[in-house]
Design a binder for this molecule. Structure first.
Ligand code: NAD
Length: 310
């Protein structure tokens, strides 16, 4: 049985470690937040007092941290994961970061006799909970093969997309598209509601028409129309809007450096920046619907019976 060190037990790390434990892996976890670590211990994760302690005891190290800076510091900083892990350890970063950082870390890992793959995910907290994430993996084929049992414990679709860094580049392409789709879906719903349509009926029609997309099918932004998504929970516990903004900015940088004209991505990036500066940075990215319509005003006129409304 492989021992897995898991660094970063937040919205994603918690359900991902639960699935690893349920699949029979020994998981040693670490998070700067004592509360997050406590939650993980509650579902069978062993507590480490530092990332270094977890890494030193593991065959595989997985990181699920907020930004490229967090990831870079965790791997290269003093008592970092490259230095403290054992020679030959497979290091796997599942955070969404720039591939520039990944390539740098993978080279440092290789120079120190460790192996590294980038394996960012899509599917958000609902799919992290159900163990049906999509993994986009960059790195050597033999390392990706070694990671397969772990990836299958947390995900349903695993794509080996290329060399080191290709996973993170794929993830940024996906996230710029999902940000555009979420903002566009929110606007279409707001347009229908402002013109007297029932958002449930409108959603059902668009789901079965050419406007269908992931937001409508699995991650609905309109409160009260779908269970188990952040819009059913006051936009808490999902994918923070400032993380979506981080990804849009990374994609924008990538578009600029590769001379790709990215008008839609740039506009959606501005929309998420405005939304975050309006005080919604910590809310799930589907809360971008608040930029298109006033939900408080809508629900004042359409009271919801029997529980959660927005
Ligand atoms: P989160 O903020 O909920 O969790 C991150 C955790 O990392 C926090 O608990 C924090 O305390 C911990 N942390 C930060 N620095 C640390 C360090 N040096 N050592 C140990 N722990 C540390 O974030 P999340 O939503 O779980 O997202 C994590 C990453 O996954 C981000 O890069 C995000 O873009 C990406 N992602 C998130 C989702 C989603 O739906 N939430 C989906 C796909 C990808």
């Amino acid at each position: 049985m492989k021992t897995v060190a898991f660094i970063g037990l937040g919205n994603m790390g918690i359900p991902m470690t639960r699935n690893l434990v349920e699949a029979g892996f020994e998981v040693i976890g670490y998070d700067l937040s004592a509360a997050a670590l406590e939650t993980a211990v509650g579902h069978g994760v062993k507590r480490a007092v530092s990332a270094a302690e977890a890494a030193a005891a593991a065959d595989v190290v997985i990181s699920m941290l907020p930004t490229g800076e967090h990831v870079r510091n965790a791997y290269l900083g003093p008592s970092g994961l490259i230095e403290t892990s054992r020679p030959g350890t497979l290091l796997m970063d599942s955070s969404t970061i720039s591939s520039t950082v990944t390539v740098e870390l993978a080279a440092a890992a290789r120079a120190a006799g460790r192996r590294m793959i980038d394996a960012p995910v899509s599917g958000g907290t609902p799919r992290a909970r159900s163990g049906t994430l999509t993994f986009m993996v960059g790195g050597d084929a033999s390392d990706v093969d070694d990671a397969q049992p772990l990836l299958e414990a947390m995900g349903q679709r695993i794509f080996h997309v290329g060399v080191s860094g290709a996973g993170h580049t794929t993830k940024l392409c996906n996230n710029v598209l999902s940000g555009i789709c979420m903002a566009g879906t929110a606007e279409a719903l707001a347009l229908g509601v402002a013109n007297g349509l029932d958002p449930a009926i409108l959603s059902e029609v668009m789901r079965n028409s050419s406007g269908s997309n992931y937001a409508l099918e699995r991650y609905h932004p309109f409160p009260g129309l779908m269970d188990g998504v952040p819009s059913a929970n006051n936009f808490a516990g999902g994918f923070r809007s400032d993380f979506q903004l981080k990804d849009m900015r990374l994609a924008k940088e990538l578009a600029n450096s590769s001379r790709v004209f990215s008008a839609m991505g740039n506009l959606a990036c501005e929309l998420f920046a405005l939304h975050c500066s309006n005080g919604h940075a910590a809310e799930d990215y589907s809360s971008i619907i608040k930029l298109a319509m006033d939900l408080d005003q809508y629900f004042a006129g359409h009271p919801v019976s029997g529980g959660e409304s927005k």
